[in-house]
Design a protein around this ligand. Structure first.
Ligand SMILES: *Cc1c(COP(=O)(O)O)cnc(C)c1O
Length: 379
């Protein structure tokens, strides 16, 4: 349908073989493949513990549960994120407090506004590393430490992305990753929670499986005949079919990210000098996973942005928007918030361009030329 889609799966016969092997093994629910993925993921991130879960929304929910956050507590969140970041706060009965982003060039939580939002009720902040570009973690960690706040990293965009020599998702108390189809690691549905804290690891592993002290795979191996239900848990398990996909995807990830890095350079070379558009993170120097390729129109509004997207679509180029601002959704409209001007501007004027390893230089040239022409015509 589209000449150039927004995303394409990085799948080949290896994923098919891995799934076939798992099905042939007859153990398809949470078992040895989940354990293997957890080990390989924690090793890749150089962190002590990883807990495979059904999706990142579950990971975020478990993270807040394990940190003991609940009713009466406040959690600071960005509004320019996927709604799940904020929903997780509501799941535990706590109140989200929206923090603006820095600017259209830096679409991450504004560390200079963060501290002024802290009240005696604030217990945690959830940072979201947009497209794999790190939030201003040094300052955020400093403020969090001063006010005894937990840091949860929504690192859904950021597997293997780095910040001052560490992997994103390993800087705060808990890191949460998504393996949804269009993420850097694709398993259909899936997620991972990482931590260096053994107590948190123990608690989330209990809570992802009904609060049961032993999972069926362990019981089938005779490690324990019975189990207790130690606390109220959920069914947030991953299954081994998806875990076997995740193992193959993780093996391919570093190479895929190299390709994405080059693709981003092609976009920047073509669009950086263009009037009328900001290229977020253009001067960023850490390693990023480049989950998505955002641009932000200057002097625009959502009507102009949608017109540009429509003209791109007419040329066969699929685009998206990351994200509609969460505080404007009906379900969050009653929640009081301060000014979120940058979040609102970017929500109205951002366009996400195609980004995936299979993109050729000629594809990027085609997109950039089409975009340049559209901006000129709309003058
Ligand atoms: C994808 C995504 C989520 C949700 O992940 P699921 O695995 O689909 O639950 C949460 N936050 C961000 C920033 C995401 O991109």
């Amino acid at each position: 349908m589209y000449k150039i889609p927004l995303f394409d799966l990085n799948y080949d016969e290896n994923e098919i073989r891995a799934v076939t092997e798992t099905i042939s093994s007859k153990w398809i629910s949470s078992g040895p493949k989940c354990r293997e993925l957890e080990e390989k993921f924690s090793e890749a991130l150089q962190i002590s513990y990883a807990c495979a879960v059904s999706n990142c929304t579950a990971a975020l929910h478990l993270a807040l549960c394990a940190l003991g956050i609940g009713k009466g507590d406040e959690v600071i969140v960005p509004s320019l994120t996927f709604v799940a970041t904020v929903n997780a706060v509501k799941y535990v009965g706590a109140d989200p407090v929206f923090c603006d982003i820095v600017s259209p060039m830096d679409i991450t939580i504004d560390e200079t506004k963060f501290e002024s939002l802290i009240t005696p009720k604030t217990r945690a902040v959830i940072v979201m590393h947009y497209a794999g570009f790190a939030c201003h973690m040094q300052k955020i960690m400093e403020i969090a430490r001063k006010h005894h706040l937990y840091i949860v990293e929504d690192a859904c965009h950021a597997p293997l992305s780095e910040y001052q020599g560490k992997k994103l998702g390993t800087l705060g108390d808990v890191g949460c990753f998504s393996f949804f189809s269009n993420k850097n690691i694709s398993t259909g549905e899936g997620g991972m929670l990482v931590t260096d804290n053994p107590e948190i690891d123990k608690r989330v592993k209990l809570m992802r499986s009904h609060g049961m002290t032993a999972m069926s795979y362990e019981r089938s191996k005779g490690h324990s005949a019975s189990y207790d239900v130690a606390e109220l848990g959920f069914n947030y398990r991953m299954d081994d079919i998806r875990a076997s996909l995740g193992i193959v995807q993780l093996e391919k990830l570093a190479f895929d990210l190299k390709k994405r890095e080059r693709i981003r350079e092609w976009y920047l070379e073509n669009l950086k000098e263009l009037d009328g558009v900001w290229m977020p993170f253009a001067d960023y120097h850490e390693f990023s996973s480049n989950y998505i390729m955002p641009v932000v129109l200057k002097n625009a509004d959502h009507i102009r942005r949608d017109a540009v997207r429509e003209l791109l679509q007419k040329q066969g180029i699929q685009t998206s928007v990351h994200y509609p601002a969460v505080h404007r959704f009906s379900v969050y409209q009653d929640l009081a918030h301060g000014e979120l001007l940058n979040s609102e501007y970017v929500a109205d004027c951002e366009i996400t361009f195609p980004m995936y390893g299979k993109l050729e230089k000629s594809d990027v040239m085609f997109i950039c030329n089409a975009f340049r022409q559209i901006l000129e015509e709309l003058q």
